[in-house]
Write a protein that binds this ligand. Sequence first.
Ligand code: SAH
Ligand code: SF4
Length: 351
Amino acid sequence: MFIYDLDFPALTNLLQQWDEPAYRVKQVWQGLYQHLYNSADEFTTLPKSLREKLAERLSFSPIKVKLFQDSSDGQTRKTLFELQGGHLIEAVLMRYDPSTNSGKGRRTLCISTQAGCAMGCVFCATGQMGFSRHLTTGEIVAQVMYYARALKEEGLAVTNIVFMGMGEPFHNYENTMAAIDTLNDPDGYNFGARRFTISTVGLVPQIKRFADEKRQVNLAISLHAADDNERLVIMPVNKRYKIDDVIQACKYYVEQTHRRVTFEWALISGVNDTPEVARKLASRLKGVMCHVNAIPLNPTEGYHGEATDRQRAMIFKETLEQAGIECTIRMRRGIDIQAGCVQLERASTSS
Ligand code: SAH
Ligand code: SF4
């Protein structure tokens, strides 16, 4: 059993079964999430007998580092992890220089929730791979702990966590939320809800459920098209959930949480980057408290689309803003290590 798969009540049960006094639970929890211990030996405040039990009966490393790569500017590190059973997933840390305006010294960690993805978006390297399996709660938490430990050595910490690695977090709803709950626990890692962002392809029932739970976690929706037929060509999920259904669910989310929604937009040259598309998008988003986050497409092997150039991206932004919708254009990070797609994963499995 992986120790990060246990929530606080489950850990309590386990230690009770081992006849340990109740206060030991907190010691173990704090060791894991405040001191970031990574092996039973490090829990020096625990009696040796308990440390031995922890070592024998629980695993501390549900994911193994297979490979990591730093971008040439040293600001982005992508790590490829091997899961039990051999599947590979990735997590990427992006550091933002405190001396520049964008990001203001953030250290944003992008993590995976599934090995592969079942949603099949044609422009996405993960979608092109198909679905392998859901990650357990512990496998999600462990990605954060790995980077938290690495940054701690420099006296630093993760400042933001985005669920934008491999997989669709709302397809693995329970484990993703359980991971957030563990990481959010004030007696543990204490990572504030507002510093998480979940990105979803737009699974309507889960958006509503998320809204009903009134979490303070940020929500981003991958829209990428303003017309149902056009969206269907690049995102098969549109067969089930139409753009209007997704937007209605987002309105419900805003009503329930009073929080702004982000719409993500991969700018694909000649496909979804024209002023006409921008105007159509603006008219559909009218009245939704939102913001559009556009990023030029990251080219992948399995899709022939090309990235929009900077000039056209700026025209797209201006057109949206003239129609009253805020838009940010983001430039890709870690281009030289293909961060933000799974080409590293591909490269290592095909060789
Ligand atoms: N499954 C979730 C989260 C993971 S993908 C989702 O789809 O939202 C994270 C983001 O990267 C999504 O907005 C997705 O549409 C976008 N994305 C995927 N492939 C891309 C590519 N090749 N170029 C640019 N953005 C891409
Ligand atoms: Fe899955 Fe998101 Fe990629 Fe679509 S964009 S295939 S939902 S990971």
